[in-house]
Structures are given as structure tokens and as C-alpha cells.
Design a protein around this ligand. Structure first.
Ligand code: CMC
Length: 428
């Protein structure tokens, strides 16, 4: 691989350094382009060709369908690790040993109480509020209740902020759901593991014991692992860019929650279920919806299909599809929606429109079906995605701060009016 790339513009040649990552990904380093060319920039809407940072957290190869956290295959992690181990791995770079994991769990538990006054904020939201809006606001509000800013030069300070948010976020997740369901806002049970505790906080009825179902615990653990990081996606880039202004960890995460909400990103899991329900209500004619998805005059897209990076298959979707079959089987749930999903997938995989555009089922195509089988309301699906993505956002924020990245501030090509004289109101 040559060490430089040559750019010629206005009869001038510029040598730009070429950098190669550990997985042989190649990038032309244009960081000096504007200065050396006296004003030339690159234009890349949607950043399809732009690397925004160097990162050692997650590797994915969209062509080969590879996803690895810190070098470990997602398939192996989903099979052998639990969510907190994966969180530790993502954030600190190595799998924890027994002692490190024990301390991590204990420290997270120590911080699993949210100031009781936060309940007043939850109370003020209408029941109809979307849980993602509530979650984003509550995450942001944590800043007000924990105002001391993190000293990123102190490992201890950084660690404390991390265990604090890992402890409090599941409480906020549970409260967004309990608010929606009209249930009292409770705290967790520190005798339980992380995932068990989340489930109990979400589902416990005020008048009866909550019985944990190991199938549900396992399924949720796996889903959270599969969602835990995905390199520089929309919400993660949002967290990094928000944090690059040295805004605090909690507000950076709140910005990530907001970015995740959109139906083209994390909101797709809710959109998939709504789409499958609509197909069912319409008589189950998948062909009609396939035709809509292909019609350029129709804004409808087949939700849960396509990915910015994966162009052959989404490795997470493979694991989830299998898990959906197992969970529904184990729980004895017969869901006609699963049959519609399978039918739609089969048709799309044989359809030239989808094949030519390399559109495959993504992680969200099957996750909603599992969440539904667990009894999680559809509007909570993206909140569950946020719970899974939390360690990834934290890891990326930490890396960005430790690498001392500059404030994120893209340029633009201005296409508006050139200078024009002001018109007084009587002349407009
Ligand atoms: N249904 C129908 N057509 C589609 C779809 C779809 N789901 N996705 C892409 N296309 C078409 C698109 O119309 C375009 O066609 P043409 O070349 O004729 O104009 C072509 O495929 C390329 O699409 P694009 O929008 O340029 O691709 P992108 O890389 O910018 O978008 C995407 C990726 C995920 C936003 C898009 O595939 C999509 O909107 N999918 C549905 C929403 C979804 O499931 N999102 C979840 C993503 S995975 C979870 C996560 O990590 O957030």
C-alpha cells in the first residue's frame, strides 16, 4: 500500500498521507487538506466515505458480515459472555477477571439509586409521552442531580462516572415503562444480577412477587450484547460529537438517546413491529407491502431491511433470528407476526430490487418479536436498544476524551444567496 495519495487540483499536486488500520482498512488522511490547498474541503453528505476518528473498540466488515468488540467475535460473546462482562470489555478494552467483574458489579449497584426528586419529573410527563423522549430528558436531568463534572484526566473520576450511569440508567429505563403502564416507580433489587434487576424493575406488580423467567433473562442478556456497540453509527457519532465540546457524559448520552430514537436508526425496531401489525391487519398480503417498498413514489420502506454498512448480511440478525425461534418456542408463544416476518424475509431475499441493492434483514427485524414475546410494550423497544447501546456510547465517549479529540465541527459548501441589500418591510 502506498504511503501517500496524490490530489491534483488547479494544476497543483498535493501529497496526502495514507493510513492503514489493523484490519487493513485504508484511509486518506485529509486533516491538512484545507490548510495546504488554501480552502479546499471534501463533501460527503451522510459521511458515507468519511472516517471521523481512529477507534480501537469495534470492528465491522459490512461485506463479510463481521462484527467484533475489542477483537472478540460477536457470535462468541453472545454465546459465552454476559452483558456486564461485555460492557466492561467495551469500555476498558479487556475482558474482566473475576475480581474486576465483581468490583464492577458492586460499584454499579452502589449507584443504582436515582434521586427521589427525579420521580417528580417523571410525574410531570403525560402518560402518552413516547418513552424515548422521557428517557432522553431523564438522562439529561441526571446532570442536574450529579452536577460535578468528570475530570477525564483522573481514571478514578472517569470510572465513578461510568459506574454511576450504568447503575442509574436501568432505573430510568424501568421508570419510563412504569409511567406508561401507570405502575409505581420502584427501585431495584441489589441481590439480583444486572439484567434480572432490569426485568424486575420493569415488570414487578405492586401486589405480587416477581418471578424471573430464565428464558427471558437469557434472551434479554443476548439482545443487549448484540446491541452494545456498532462503531460510528448515528447515535454514537452524536455522543462523540456532543462530548467533543466537553459537555458532560450524561448530556452526551442524552443526545445519543435522541439520535437513536429515529426510525432509520434504533426506532426501526418499533417501526418493524408496527409494519408487521399493519400487514396482518391488512390481511397478511406481504406482496402488496413489497410493492410499496419498491415504489419510488411511495415513501414506505421495508423497516428492518437494509443497513448503511452491512451489504451481505447483518451477523446480529442471524443470531437474533435463531433466538426468536428459541424464545417463542420456549415460552410457548405462537405469534402470527413471526410467520409474516419470515414470509417477508423470504420474498425480499429472492427479489431483485432487494438483492441488487444488497438489502438484508438487520438487527431490528427480529428483535421486536422477541421483545413482544417478553411482554415489553412496542413503544419501549427503542428504549431497550438504548439500554443495550449504553456501554458502547460510554466506551466511545471515553475513547474520544482520552484521545483528546478536537471539537467536532464539520465544514460546509455554502449554496445560498451571495451578499444582497436589506429590504425594508414596506418593500417586501
Ligand atoms: N426498503 C426499501 N428500499 C430501501 C430500503 C428499505 N428498507 N433501504 C434502502 N432502500 C433503497 C433506497 O431507496 C435506495 O434505492 P435507490 O438506490 O433506488 O435510490 C437504496 O436502497 C440505498 O438506500 P440508502 O437509503 O441510500 O441507503 P443508506 O445506507 O443511506 O440507508 C438505512 C441505510 C438503514 C437508513 C436504510 O436501509 C433504511 O432506511 N432501512 C429501513 C430502516 C431500518 O431498518 N433501520 C435500522 C438500521 S439497523 C439498526 C441500527 O443500527 O440503527
Amino acid at each position: 500500500m502506498s504511503k501517500t495519495a496524490t490530489l491534483e487540483i488547479n494544476n497543483e499536486k498535493y501529497e496526502l498521507p495514507v493510513m492503514v488500520g489493523t484490519e487493513n482498512e485504508v484511509a486518506i488522511d485529509i486533516s491538512s487538506l484545507r490548510t495546504s490547498t488554501k480552502g479546499v474541503i471534501t463533501l460527503d453528505p451522510g459521511y458515507k466515505n468519511t472516517g471521523s476518528c481512529e477507534s480501537a473498540i469495534t470492528f465491522l466488515d459490512g461485506e463479510k458480515g463481521i462484527l467484533r468488540y475489542r477483537g472478540y467475535a460477536i457470535e462468541e460473546l453472545a454465546d459465552k459472555a454476559d452483558f456486564l462482562e461485555v460492557a466492561y470489555l467495551l469500555i476498558f478494552g479487556e475482558l474482566p477477571n473475576t475480581e474486576q467483574l465483581g468490583k464492577f458489579q458492586t460499584d454499579i449497584k452502589k449507584h443504582s439509586v436515582v434521586d427521589d426528586d427525579v420521580k417528580k419529573i417523571v410525574d410531570a410527563f403525560p402518560k402518552s409521552a413516547h418513552p424515548m423522549g422521557v428517557l432522553s430528558s431523564l438522562t439529561s436531568a441526571l446532570t442536574a442531580f450529579n452536577p460535578s463534572s468528570v475530570n477525564v484526566n483522573s481514571e478514578e473520576d472517569m470510572y465513578n462516572a461510568i459506574v454511576r450511569i450504568l447503575g442509574k440508567f436501568p432505573v430510568l429505563v424501568a421508570w419510563t415503562m412504569r409511567k406508561k403502564m401507570g405502575l409505581p416507580l420502584d427501585y431495584g433489587d441489589n441481590s439480583l444480577g444486572y439484567v434480572e434487576n432490569v426485568l424486575k424493575m420493569m415488570f414487578k406488580q405492586p401486589n405480587e412477587e416477581y418471578k424471573l423467567n430464565p428464558i427471558v433473562v437469557n434472551a434479554l442478556d443476548k439482545l443487549l450484547i448484540l446491541h452494545a456497540d456498532h462503531e460510528q453509527n448515528c447515535s454514537t457519532s452524536t455522543v462523540r460529537i456532543t462530548g467533543s465540546s466537553h459537555a458532560g457524559l450524561f448530556v452526551s448520552l442524552a443526545a445519543g438517546v435522541s439520535a437513536l430514537w429515529g426510525p432509520l436508526h434504533g426506532g426501526a425496531n418499533q417501526a418493524v413491529l408496527e409494519m408487521l401489525e399493519a400487514i396482518k391487519a391488512d390481511g397478511g398480503d406481504t406482496k402488496k407491502f413489497m410493492a410499496k417498498a419498491k415504489d419510488k413514489d411511495d415513501p414506505f420502506r421495508l423497516m428492518g431491511f437494509g443497513h448503511r454498512v452491512y451489504k451481505n448480511f447483518d451477523p446480529r440478525a442471524k443470531i437474533i433470528k435463531k433466538a426468536a425461534d428459541e424464545v417463542l418456542g420456549d415460552l410457548g408463544v405462537e405469534d402470527p407476526i413471526l410467520d409474516i416476518a419470515k414470509g417477508l424475509e423470504k420474498e425480499a431475499l429472492e427479489d431483485t430490487y432487494f438483492v441488487d441493492r444488497k438489502l438484508y434483514p438487520n438487527v431490528d427485524f427480529y428483535s421486536g418479536i422477541i421483545y413482544r414475546a417478553m411482554g415489553i410494550p412496542v413503544e419501549m423497544f427503542t428504549v431497550m436498544f438504548a439500554l443495550g447501546r449504553l456501554p458502547g456510547w460510554i466506551a466511545q465517549w471515553r475513547e474520544m476524551r482520552l484521545n483528546k479529540e478536537p471539537i467536532g465541527r464539520p465544514r460546509q459548501i455554502y449554496t445560498g444567496y451571495t451578499l444582497r441589500p436589506f429590504k425594508t418591510i414596506d418593500k417586501r
